[in-house]
Design a binder for this molecule. Structure first.
Ligand SMILES: *[C@@H]1O[C@H](CO)[C@@H](O)[C@H](O)[C@H]1NC(C)=O
Length: 343
């Protein structure tokens, strides 16, 4: 090292001391030594940012006042204590396109600095990963191993199970010890390991119960309640009658019978005003202020369900984004043509 580079480094350290926190460089050196490859199991890489979560849901989730409140308070309560009694387990129910995946994604993005690319996040999709009945035992082994591995590395792991209704019945029974109180002893790489589970978060997504949710909403309205006045309690009777475990991976599983799911979260079917909000948000994302005509064009692709629920969009806000994208493409194209002509 020659003298000018030493001078450069010294002045860099001096400048950083003057401008920043005095020990800024020591701190970052320690961080680097502790976590040279990044994405470690610490508060920096796992911020669990409830403020950010709330903000993003406020701005981007439409028509789901119950789910929004339920999810935020469940997560905030879970992370508020150093040693929660058990892992947090939430089960999201509702029609396609009502926002279940969307909310799971927003949670992931606000809980992990690297979002869904985080090492401490895993997602399993029913239709893709666990659909062969004769493979059930190897699926079970694989699941236990992957979950245990993740929890050993980082107790604050997040696991999302999508399309639970399409998973083989009974598969998710292997999760029972992970969702229960106390650490789990699992066979791991030839030995038995004790795994801490209480800081983990499990989220299950399924369409199961969505017709019951729609029907309950229609009934509540006929009793004179507005959509916005409905509360989580109004849908809790559906849990008691088993509306949320009619089929799939949680079907008659021990997980349900021992009540290890802490929160059942209903996602209400979406109506015209909510679809309009989704459409406008999709235009905003592309920095276009849509005309009424453009909104109507996007609306025309949305089908509303069969009677008596024709109020409700069949696929919610699903595919709205693609429609808007193609409209935006057309708008930009015609603008280009226009400016071309003017030249
Ligand atoms: C949490 O989110 C808020 C709002 O988006 C942001 O201002 C803040 O910097 C975030 N905090 C962390 C630790 O990431």
């Amino acid at each position: 090292m020659n003298s000018s580079s030493i001078f450069f480094i010294l002045s860099f350290i001096f400048v950083s001391q003057v401008n920043c926190n005095k020990f800024w460089w020591i701190e970052s050196a320690v961080n680097f030594i502790k976590c040279p490859l990044g994405d470690c199991c610490n508060d920096y890489y796992i911020p669990q940012n409830i403020t950010g979560l709330r903000k993003e849901l406020d701005n981007n989730l439409f028509g789901q006042h119950i789910a929004q409140d339920a999810v935020i308070s469940a997560l905030a309560a879970h992370i508020a204590i150093e040693n929660p009694p058990k892992a947090l387990a939430m089960s999201f129910h509702g029609l396609a396109g009502t926002g279940k995946n969307f909310v799971a994604r927003i949670i992931t993005n606000n809980f992990f600095m690297k979002g869904s690319l985080s090492r401490h996040f895993q997602v399993y999709t029913g239709r893709i990963e666990f659909s062969l009945q004769d493979q059930i035992n190897s699926y079970k082994e694989l699941l236990v191993e992957k979950i245990a591995e993740s929890l050993l590395k980082c107790p604050k792991s997040l696991f999302v199970f999508d399309e639970v209704d399409l998973m083989i019945p009974g598969l998710l029974d292997v999760l029972v010890p992970f969702l229960d109180h106390g650490p789990v002893r699992v066979p791991f790489k030839g030995t038995k390991q004790s795994v801490l589970t209480n800081k983990a978060i499990f989220i299950f997504l399924s369409n199961t119960g969505s017709h019951e949710i729609a029907k309950a909403l229609v009934d509540l309205r006929s009793q004179g309640k507005s959509r916005e006045e409905t509360r989580l309690e109004d849908f809790e009777s559906l849990i008691a009658v088993g509306a949320f475990n009619e089929k799939g991976g949680l079907h008659r599983s021990d997980t349900i019978s021992t009540s290890l799911i802490d929160h059942y979260v209903p996602f209400l079917p979406l109506e015209k005003p909510h679809i309009r909000q989704c459409i406008k948000a999709a235009f905003r994302l592309r920095e276009i202020d849509p005309s009424e005509e453009h909104i109507e064009e996007a609306m025309s692709h949305v089908t509303f369900g069969d009677k008596p629920y024709d109020l409700y969009a069949k696929n919610g806000c699903k595919r709205v984004d693609q429609k808007v994208a193609s409209i935006v493409y057309k708008i930009t194209k015609s603008n280009e043509l226009k400016s071309h002509k003017e030249l």
